[in-house]
Design a protein around this ligand. Structure first.
Ligand code: NAD
Length: 312
């Protein structure tokens, strides 16, 4: 049994990770300010709750006492919010990550796994994305995630704190908030279809994404904290397949038997055209192998959404 801290553990991805760690017999502490996460996401599981902000130095130090592994997920997880409130976003995502690393170093933590992002690649047109490509973040959010990776590397090299950065692509699954306008496209489309409304495609729908099911992201996290040679590395975590937004709308329509043709609205400025992960480094270095295809992941997500509160 190891002792884990999951920052942002009440959020979408963090709550899945907490549940799995507990199922595997580990002790889990959650540090979350509940700004987008919910206590209900961890209903029925026993975690040690620390409700508060990663920007609170004293609280962070307390939360890290006795911890061996940190999975750092607390962040403002939205490109749009980062564009509207760049200073707040940098305080939480960039300075917040630095605070977590510094507090982890002081607490003698063994390893920090950082929730990085494919936003690091920005509008670099090369496809698939490989970790050694030069980062080209196109938003304050992308920048804060890249800067977090650099801080992780510096903490590894200068202070000997082991860190692993996982660049998630488009994560989806149960408990991704369908009522938040900043949510992932799958929960937004599925919500509209379930409410009998047409999904709204921004742009021509030919833009493509690598959708990765949340349980595969959990698998990557477990391996990132446990595989000894993973320290100091950056890994893409996707499914390794791309799907256009139009295809996605079609597949959801079919699974729900909805027959609601999508509407089109203007493209979002700066929207990435193609996003596909080369996951060979994660396969080789972590032994990561995605277990869920899009269809199976969508079915599980829809099963949860049918009983979720879609009105918010
Ligand atoms: N969902 C994706 O597709 C995706 C893709 C790439 C990277 N990520 C990263 O993965 C992580 C988790 O994302 P998610 O989709 O689960 O988002 P989420 O919003 O559901 O989870 C973030 C959690 O962090 C908490 N939080 C926010 N600010 C905090 C603060 N200052 N102090 C303490 N807690 C705070 C929130 O309450 C929430 O529980 C984030 O770091 C995000 O940037 C997500």
């Amino acid at each position: 049994m190891a002792k884990y801290l999951v920052s942002g553990g009440a959020g979408f991805i963090g709550s899945h990770l907490c549940r799995r760690l507990i199922a595997e017999g580990h002790a889990v502490r959650v540090l979350d300010n509940l700004s987008s996460g919910k206590r209900a996401n961890l209903e029925g599981v026993e975690v040690d709750w620390v409700e508060g902000d990663i920007r609170d130095e004293a609280l962070l130090a307390r939360a890290l006492q006795g911890i061996e592994f940190v999975h750092h997920h607390a962040a403002i997880a939205s490109v749009a919010v980062s564009v509207n409130q760049p200073l707040l976003e940098q305080e939480v995502n960039l300075v917040g990550t630095l605070r977590v690393l510094e507090a982890a170093r002081q607490a003698g933590v063994r390893r920090v796994v950082f929730a990085a992002s494919a936003a690091a690649y920005g509008n670099n047109p090369e496809s698939p994305k490989r970790e050694e490509m030069r980062p080209e973040p196109a938003s304050p959010y992308g920048l804060s995630k890249v800067a977090g990776e650099y801080y992780c590397r510096i903490y590894s090299e200068v202070f000997g704190l082991e860190t692993v950065c996982l660049r998630y692509f488009n994560v989806f699954g149960p408990r991704q908030d369908p009522t938040s306008p900043y949510s992932g496209v799958i929960s937004l489309f599925a919500r509209r279809l379930l409410l009998g409304q047409r999904p709204v495609i921004q742009g021509d729908g030919e833009q493509s994404r690598d959708f990765v099911y949340v349980e595969d992201v959990v698998q990557a996290n477990l391996r990132a904290s446990q595989v000894s040679q993973a320290g100091g590395e950056i890994y893409n975590i996707g499914c390794g397949r791309s799907t256009t937004i139009k295809e996605l709308a079609g597949q959801l329509n079919q699974l729900l038997g909805a027959g609601l043709e999508p509407e089109f609205s203007p493209a979002r400025p700066g929207d990435v055209r193609r996003s596909l992960a080369d996951i060979s480094r994660a396969r080789a270095g972590l032994g990561y192998a995605p277990a869920f295809g899009l269809a199976e992941g969508l079915e599980r997500t829809l099963e949860w959404m049918r009983s979720a509160d879609l009105k918010g």
